[in-house]
Ligand binder design. Structure first.
Ligand SMILES: [Zn+2]
Length: 573
């Protein structure tokens, strides 16, 4: 543990901030906030209720094409399919225009915003007519400016449902050509105090340092006094990298390995904005201020010029990697150091498990060690299989109509589905699990050893925990830290030398960190009832199978240790 902390000081590297500051474009800017504001107003007021499947959305698409035509572009439309709430739609539509580059026409910079709105929203002025307004103004000012790289102005559909299905459809077709993407979702209502930059992918991917730093430098160059440019680093980035649940279209680009970031307007009371305005009928034009468009608009203009002028920056290997960990504003861990750091955090745990196992193994001759191990392994396997059967059932539910079918995620924040746990689904899940457990108990009968050392049992489960932790570290070390670090240092201390209540407290403590993050996240992001969100995420595939399986194996561990603790059986040494 101390080693891990010492590593923080020695092994981190300095981000070459001056290089980025130098690379930022500093010529004249043309972006007019009032123009972006006016376009935002037209989309908000003339095309309200533009839900992805609706006629207003289709009319908005026609308007966008007309706007692009007026600016001299050839608008393209990309149709795609998606299942939303059990219904299949085949006419969802991305709109985009391309401006060919003079030197690298095959390499594209994408600037995107979504033009659909979430159900429950009416105008969707902030989310995300504001982003569309900024892009239309950028399309206007850049139409005659020669750029070395091609530039794509993209208006995505279905950002709010299916986890960025429109952006994904676009990425699927154009993956090979895109060198960077900036998504603008969204301008904050009221007095905007700055921009938060996000760079997390869906299930995988994270913005490489070159884009992150160039974008921050662009924002900082434009930000006036009283405007703050922020990002999550350190612990915040650890949580982001552990969960990989992005809030906007940038996540779809990153998932495909394309460098991308998203800019979100901030206010002094952002939580109130997210609770009372975002994804409600209160998200109206009257709440937006013209001045708020200046920072993201002018910074986007700056960033586009900066990316265009510095192809060498993004080709530097370490700056172009997606796996690293920015631990502070100016320092980062390389991928190797980040992995070593994660491993070091767990080393005392592995050592402790090994020592306990060795001591117990030496005593093995005196006890019925083998039959205890066999019995516990059998029970643990039975519980695990029962939980995995529940997971398998959950994957089947949308297909057979027990759970409403959505693509990947029942978007979006505040969707009623997220807040109404389906009792039938939960009962069926429990029934599937219990049925499989009962069946397995009948199929493989094995008498419980009459006398045994509880310490052997605890040591066995610590060893299982060590194996799960090791696999998790290899799969996603950030996830391992977030979900398994606390259990590592509390569950492995459950022993016969402590009272039952102390042991129970240790068991509960281990899960506390993860549950806290989960409940906090579902609350502030308005993702519904936490356990229901977990069930839906697993069912629609938002959570990767490996993460889901490791999670269930850990739950099985919790169930078995708790069962042993609560059984309060006499034991013999
Ligand atoms: Zn949005």
């Amino acid at each position: 543990m101390l080693g891990a902390l010492a590593l923080l000081g020695f092994a981190s590297r300095t981000i070459p901030n001056p290089a980025f500051t130098k690379a930022v474009y500093s010529g004249p800017l043309e972006f007019k906030a009032s123009n972006a504001f006016d376009k935002t107003r037209i989309l908000s007021k003339s095309f309200p209720d533009r839900f992805t499947w609706s006629t207003p959305r289709k009319n908005a698409a026609l308007w966008l094409k007309e706007e692009l035509r007026k600016l001299g572009y050839v608008p393209h439309s990309q149709l795609f399919e998606e299942t939303i709430a059990g219904k299949k739609y085949t006419d969802l539509e991305n709109i985009f225009a391309e401006k060919p580059g003079t030197e690298f026409p095959e390499k594209k910079i994408v600037i995107a915003a979504h033009y659909d709105v979430a159900e429950g929203t009416h105008e969707g002025a902030m989310d995300d007519a504001s982003g569309v307004g900024i892009i239309l103004e950028l399309a206007r000012i850049l139409s005659q400016v020669p750029l070395r790289h091609s530039l794509v102005f993209l208006f995505t559909d279905s950002e709010e449902y299916g986890n960025f299905w429109g952006a994904r459809a676009f990425v699927n077709q154009h993956k090979a050509e895109i060198i960077a993407a900036l998504t603008l979702d969204f301008i904050a209502p009221g007095h905007q105090t700055g921009i938060l930059q996000l760079g997390d992918g869906i299930r995988k991917g994270f913005a490489p340092l070159w884009l992150r730093e160039l974008a921050l430098a662009s924002l900082n160059k434009i930000a006036g006094t009283g405007e703050k440019v922020t990002e999550l680093t350190g612990l915040g980035e650890l949580v982001q990298r552990a969960l990989l649940l992005p809030a906007a279209d940038h996540g779809a680009f990153l998932e495909a390995g394309i460098p991308a970031i998203n800019w979100v307007g901030q206010t002094d009371d952002f939580n109130t904005v997210m609770t009372e305005i975002h994804h409600t009928t209160k998200d109206v034009m009257e709440r937006l201020e013209v001045d708020s468009f200046a920072l993201p608009g002018r910074a986007a203009e700056t960033l586009i010029y900066s990316i265009d002028a510095n192809p060498d920056l993004r080709s530097q290997s370490e700056l172009s990697m997606m796996s690293y960990w920015k631990i502070s504003e100016s320092r980062y861990f390389s991928p190797t150091i980040a992995s070593i750091f994660a491993a070091l955090l767990f080393i005392p745990f592995f050592v402790r498990v090994y020592q306990r196992a060795r001591i117990e193994f030496q005593k093995a001759a005196n006890t019925n060690f083998k039959s205890v191990l066999y019995f516990e392994a059998l029970r643990y396997t039975q519980v695990s299989l029962a939980l995995l059967a529940g997971y398998a059932a959950l994957l089947l539910f949308p297909g057979i109509g027990i759970l409403t079918r959505y693509e990947q995620f029942p978007g979006t924040q505040k969707t009623p589905l997220l807040y109404s746990p389906d009792l039938l689904v939960i009962v069926l899940l429990l029934a599937a699990g219990l049925a499989v457990y009962g069946l397995l108990r009948r199929l493989v009968k094995h008498p419980e050893p009459s006398t045994f050392s509880l310490e052997t049992v605890y040591v066995f489960y610590s060893a299982v925990q060590a194996i799960i932790t090791l696999i998790a570290l290899l799969a996603n070390s950030y996830m391992a830290i977030l979900v398994l670090l606390f259990p590592a240092y509390s569950w492995s201390f459950v022993s016969v030398h402590k009272s039952r209540s102390v042991n129970l407290i240790l068991l509960a403590l281990g899960w506390a960190s993860f549950l806290t993050v989960l409940i906090y996240m579902t609350t502030i992001f308005h993702l519904g009832v936490w356990y229901w969100f977990l069930i839906l995420s697993a069912s629609y595939g938002l959570v990767s199978p490996i993460a889901a399986i490791l999670f269930l194996l850990t739950v099985a561990l919790l169930i078995r240790i708790a069962t042993r603790l609560l059984a309060n059986r006499s034991f013999a040494r």
